[in-house]
Design a protein around this ligand. Structure first.
Ligand code: FPP
Length: 237
């Protein structure tokens, strides 16, 4: 029996979030340029999104570019990543549309070149009625800056501190109105959240794998979901 047929379709996580780590190590292992690692990573994203949609996952949130990345990577690598994002958001627009995907962006995109920002706006607009799956791409994202932004918005609108509660904070995060992730996957062997969805991860199941992101296949997603279902069943007993 394949992994997919073992998946209980009534217990599929509604929201899966992924820290797609290991692109550069994959490129080094294959004696390729790091740009090729990121490109292969983009292919993994497409195929994982397709499987997630088939299984009934409603939201897929991926960490593509952290606010720390901007400080720690060379200007050249950032240019390569921006070019890849632009390629993905423009060239894959039609494809995303046909796959019934909606697009959301989490993070401060104002630091990116105007053409990327315009491409993002256009794609978000064109896909906004799609309902099969929502793809959230975290770009120049950090959970702490997200919480700081939420606090600033709250301070501007709420005069009485006793009105501040968890619901109000959630409503002011970039993921407002969305179900918190049920499952967070991190590839590439590290076991930490690296400033990703810290508020939203309070009750998420965490799944870590050594598989490098460009090698992460649909079967790997199935394995993560099966592990999620095993844990959910144990808690249910
Ligand atoms: C982490 O691997 C990966 C990134 C910082 C970039 C993630 C980007 C993609 C998967 C490209 C496609 C995404 C979109 C939205 C088009 P790393 O570079 O930190 O690798 P390492 O851990 O081996 O150094």
């Amino acid at each position: 029996m394949s992994e997919t047929t073992k998946i209980d379709k009534t217990m599929v996580p509604e929201h899966i979030a992924i820290i797609m780590d290991g692109n550069r190590r994959w490129a080094r292992e294959h004696k390729m340029h790091r740009r090729d690692g990121h490109r292969e990573g983009a292919k993994s994203l497409e195929s994982v999104m397709e499987r997630a949609g088939d299984l009934g996952v409603k939201i897929l949130t991926v960490y593509a570019f952290s606010s720390e990345n901007r400080l720690k990577r060379t200007k050249k690598e950032i240019r390569e990543l921006v070019a890849l994002m632009k390629y993905f958001i423009i060239k894959k627009r039609k494809d995303l549309f046909q796959r019934g995907a909606r697009l959301g962006i989490l993070g401060n995109v104002k630091i990116f070149p105007d053409d990327l920002q315009q491409a993002i706006d256009k794609t978000v607009r064109l896909l906004k009625k799609n309902e099969r799956i929502k793809l959230n791409i975290a770009l120049n994202y950090g959970a702490r800056p997200e919480i700081v932004d939420a606090m600033k918005r709250i301070m501007n609108t709420c005069k009485d501190p006793s009105e501040i509660n968890e619901e109000l904070i959630s409503k002011n995060l970039y993921t407002h109105g969305e179900h918190d992730p049920d499952l967070i996957i991190r590839t590439g062997g590290e076991h930490r959240l690296s400033n990703f969805l810290l508020w939203q991860a309070s009750y998420s199941e965490l799944y870590f794998t050594n598989v490098l992101w460009p090698d992460f296949r649909q079967d790997d997603l199935d394995r993560a979901i099966l592990e999620f279902q095993k844990r959910a069943r144990r808690y249910g007993q």
